[in-house]
Design a protein around this ligand. Sequence first.
Ligand code: HEM
Length: 252
Amino acid sequence: MFGTLLFLNVTSNHGQQIMSASAVQLEASSKTARFWNATIGKKAVMAVSGLVLFGFLIGHLAGNLGVFLGQKHFDDYAAMLKSMPAVLWGTRITLLVMVFLHIWSAASLWSRNSSARRYQYVKKESIVSSYASRTMYMSGPILAAFIVYHLLHFTVGVGGTPFEEGHAYENLVAGFQVWFISLFYIVAMAMLCLHLYHGIWSLTQTLGFGHPKYSPRIRAAAKAIAIAMFLGFSSIPAAVLAGIIKPVESSI
Ligand code: HEM
């Protein structure tokens, strides 16, 4: 089509002026198309990696809630995970790749958005997404910092609270008996809640469920899921602080 326009371009003087303008417009719109394609590609990477991480979080929450069933249940569950090194390392490597892809797509969308703000054709998108984006770019790095501390705390055992390999229940209770560590976890879970709310919403838009008829229901579902995750995860440090989940004497 671009070739046809260039051919018409040389047919008349008057035509040349009109078609030159069209050619410029078309070139701009082909640039726009390339821009959108690349952006949609990155959003798809973000959506798929986010979905995999979300799947992990559901499994992680379900496993962690087992702490309410007592020390034996929780320690057996932790031991069972460790007894399957292929599954454990497969999950760890998948998570690492997904976290990398998620951060990479977020960073490149962020730099693309900030440099594209100069052009008129992306202005609408920036305005529509600005609130969600600002929240994501604040909660994302806080969550990344939380994950680093969390791994040091409960997996490596250098989080500043008593830790003994193979005693998942006691490690967890000792970890959350320190009120400011529990508070840090609960604040991080609030960030997770915000991140999930906007993430689930954006995911549905990227996957093409953006019909105005369904938007209020999608928003309500995203909010309900995010709040449920917040309550589920936060209930654990809160229950330790409240003395509902207690240490087992003699363990550490
Ligand atoms: C209050 C909330 C949470 C609690 C009580 C909790 C508890 C735990 C515990 C006990 C472990 C160590 C398992 C073991 O090695 O025996 C662990 C590992 C882990 N947690 Fe959490 N977690 C919480 C929230 C989160 C969140 C929100 C994320 C991600 C955003 C997360 C990501 C991970 C990862 C990646 C591991 C390492 C798994 C592995 O060993 O490969 N956790 N968590």
